[in-house]
Ligand binder design. Structure first.
Ligand code: ADP
Ligand code: MG
Length: 669
């Protein structure tokens, strides 16, 4: 395959040798050696040629998230799973997805252990609508080809560069074609294609094509890619991506076969698809002059006023007439004639006209109850809360911010408050948590999402991270150092839903820092923090009172026995004990303490959209969250010292998922 280098090398080889006068003589001892011939416009002209998008991205694969073998494995899984979820949701199908990663040897011999392997096969199968066979080659082997770029609708993919880039990376590192099997319905045939990409032309080459009679599924798509990669568990791993995906997508059922051959199943928590987001037209405030110009040239309308009211959202015929008047233009003029200074006038008139904010039915937030369900299902804690903000707008694009918190270590589920020192000895400490007596402070863990996709890299470049460190967590009873995330056993969840998420690069790892976005994230976090503060204050207060009452109770026994002895047995010990008990309760907050200790189910009104875990079970949980908790068989009361069994959350028929495949149970950084 010729590359840009070979092309330019052959071009310069045909150049004339420059005259002696042109070339500077090489000085003695000059390490640069013989100077390169000086170029002129003609010689440069011979080298100038178009760069295909595939050539560009195969050289700059870091821009697409393929900068290291570990990240390449994650990005490949991510692109395929994101596409499967998008396709299922668009077709109104509850997604059933299987991800299989297999370690391979480089020479066809027996595969090495997964931790040592350098080559893998990633295979992702969905039960989605399938892809018509004519489109398969271009979808999987042509960069910038897709159904999502030209529309404004909330989806995981947006650039049309995801799965084809993964296929291209696989081809670049293993020379193996991408393999797709797709079937569009129970009566249709399954089509199997092996495809390579011609990076010079950015066009597909079909290597092998077949119709399968024995593909055992009704409908769906399976894509397999062989690539150079590295498999590691822990942070920013495939395991973490899958787990975080199931938190934000409780409507998904996902089976994950790890390179070690374990099968981890994440059951569907909610039997309802998210609300289907509508496609919208662009809002006039969000477009630049150049885009307006292009839209004027491309429109199907014949009148300027018609163009304004049909190609944009929130421009009624009356508003369109106002805009034309302001710009001093005839509403009946042909849009294509609006060029140069005239288009600038029009642009200014649009900006000066008061318009309604863009419609928000293009957004499909996760929702407070589903976030609660997801957090409760996957993360062990004592307190959970979730907030969905009303829609807001940046650069004419509507968006919604959602935030959630999971706080605590899950010990509230096992007993009434006890002295922390006593309990920490018996409780297993997950990797990354501080052991008793250790000084190291544990920082909150921030989990970030854009359109329900977990973002695992570039944390500090992300608007979510900036907002989280700018939130004054100390106001809510949580420690925080300057410029850092808060401390303690806390998981912070932030989601941005938008028809156009402003990522900082094509690899879609961090959300750009627009003021409007940061403000919304902070408002959502502040509301979550306020609720956390209420919970922490009440719990601390209750603990103190409970301790006092315990002290009283110790003495009640003694006092009653002493009185019994003094009265030489002529005394009702039990009655005195009861009376003293009542006094103790009154003095230590009585009913109030019980309630604060969450023994009474009255938390709902004080903490909306929150779950408080108590020894008797979770309280304040909205119905959907409860349903997601496995029809009341929630992991509310695990035996002391035991982490919540993973099966309670994601039953695994064969093997129990190992501890490290559950990274979200580990708290800390
Ligand atoms: N599993 C799938 N099922 C159905 N359609 C798919 C699937 N994967 C990809 N597609 C289609 O292929 C297009 C290109 O995918 P991709 O390269 O990942 O770009 P993007 O997701 O950004 O549009 C998608 O827009 C979608 O129309
Ligand atoms: Mg995609």
């Amino acid at each position: 395959m010729p590359t840009a280098e070979t092309a330019s090398a052959s071009a310069s080889a045909t150049d004339k040798t420059p005259s002696k006068a042109d070339a500077e003589p090489a000085k003695k001892g000059d390490l640069r050696g013989k100077p390169a011939p000086r170029a002129d416009a003609e010689s440069l002209g011979k080298q100038q040629r178009e760069i295909s998008v595939s050539e560009f991205f195969s050289k700059n694969r870091h821009l697409l998230g393929f900068d290291s073998p570990k990240k390449a494995l994650l990005t490949t899984v991510k692109e395929a799973v994101d596409n499967s979820l998008d396709a299922c949701e668009e077709a109104h199908i509850l997604p059933d997805i299987t991800v299989t990663i297999t370690a391979l040897s480089k020479d066809g011999g027996p595969p090495p252990p997964p931790a040592k392997a350098e080559r893998f096969r990633v295979s992702v199968r969905d039960n989605g609508p399938g892809i018509v066979k004519e489109q398969i080659p271009r979808i999987f082997a042509k960069l910038l080809y897709g159904s999502k770029f030209h529309r404004l609708r909330q989806s995981r993919g947006q650039q049309g560069i995801g799965i084809s880039a993964a296929g291209m990376y696989g081809q670049l590192t293993t020379m193996k074609p991408l393999h797709v099997v797709s079937k569009i319905g129970p009566k249709a045939k399954a089509h199997s294609l092996q495809i390579l990409i011609d990076t010079r032309k950015n066009e597909p080459i079909v290597v092998k094509r077949a119709e399968l009679d024995d593909w055992p599924y009704e409908r769906g798509t399976e894509v397999s890619i062989e690539l150079e990669g590295r498999y590691q568990r822990g942070r920013a791993s495939v395991d973490e991506y899958i787990e975080l995906t199931t938190i934000a997508n409780p409507h998904v059922s996902l089976a994950y076969v790890t390179p070690e051959g374990e099968r981890v199943e994440y059951k569907r928590g909610v039997d309802e698809l998210p609300r289907a987001p509508k496609e919208i037209r662009p809002h006039p405030y969000g477009i630049e002059l150049g885009i307006l110009h292009k839209m004027l040239q491309d429109t199907k309308s014949h009148w300027l006023s018609g163009f304004l009211s049909t190609d944009f959202s929130r421009v009624s015929p009356k508003v369109a007439a106002d805009i034309c008047e302001k710009a001093g233009l005839d509403p009946r003029m042909h849009p294509r004639k609006v060029v140069g200074l005239v288009s600038e006038k029009l642009y200014k008139a649009i900006q000066d006209t008061k318009l309604m904010a863009p419609p928000t039915d293009c957004l499909s937030p996760i929702g407070e109850q589903a976030i609660l369900a997801g957090l409760y299902k996957q993360i062990r804690g004592d307190f959970y809360t979730a907030v969905t903000r009303p829609p807001a707008v940046y650069r004419g694009n509507p968006f919604v911010i959602e935030a959630g918190l999971a706080f605590g270590t899950g010990k509230a589920a096992i007993a009434a408050p006890v002295e922390p020192a006593a309990e920490s000895e018996t409780v297993l400490v997950a990797e990354g948590e501080t052991k008793p007596g250790e000084e190291e402070v544990e920082l909150a863990r921030l989990i970030r999402y854009a359109n329900r996709v977990p973002l695992l890299y570039q944390t500090s470049a992300c608007a979510t991270h900036k907002s989280a460190i700018e939130t004054a967590w100390k106001n809510y009873g949580v420690g925080q150092s300057r410029g850092a995330l808060p401390q303690g056993p806390l998981v912070i969840f932030v989601h941005m839903a938008s028809a156009w998420v402003p990522f900082t690069s094509e690899s879609k790892e961090a959300i750009a820092d627009y003021d409007e976005i940061r403000k919304e994230i902070k408002l959502a976090l502040q509301e979550c923090g306020r609720r956390l503060g209420v919970y922490i204050r009440k719990r601390e207060h209750a603990k103190q009172e409970f301790r006092r009452r315990n002290v009283f109770e110790l003495y009640i026994e003694e006092v009653a026995e002493a009185c019994h002895r003094l009265k030489k047995g002529k005394f009702d010990v039990e009655r005195l004990k009861k009376q003293l008990q009542r006094i103790a309760e009154d003095k230590t907050g009585g009913e109030e303490t019980d309630r604060l200790l969450a023994k009474k189910k009255a938390q709902e009104q004080e903490l909306p959209n929150s779950i408080v875990v108590t020894p008797e079970g979770p309280i304040g949980a909205p119905e959907m969250a409860l349903q997601a908790m496995g029809e009341a068989s929630a992991p509310a009361a695990p035996p002391p010292g035991e982490p919540v069994p993973a099966e309670a959350i994601a039953p695994s028929p064969k093997k129990k998922p190992s501890k490290s495949s559950k990274p979200s149970r580990k708290r800390g950084r």
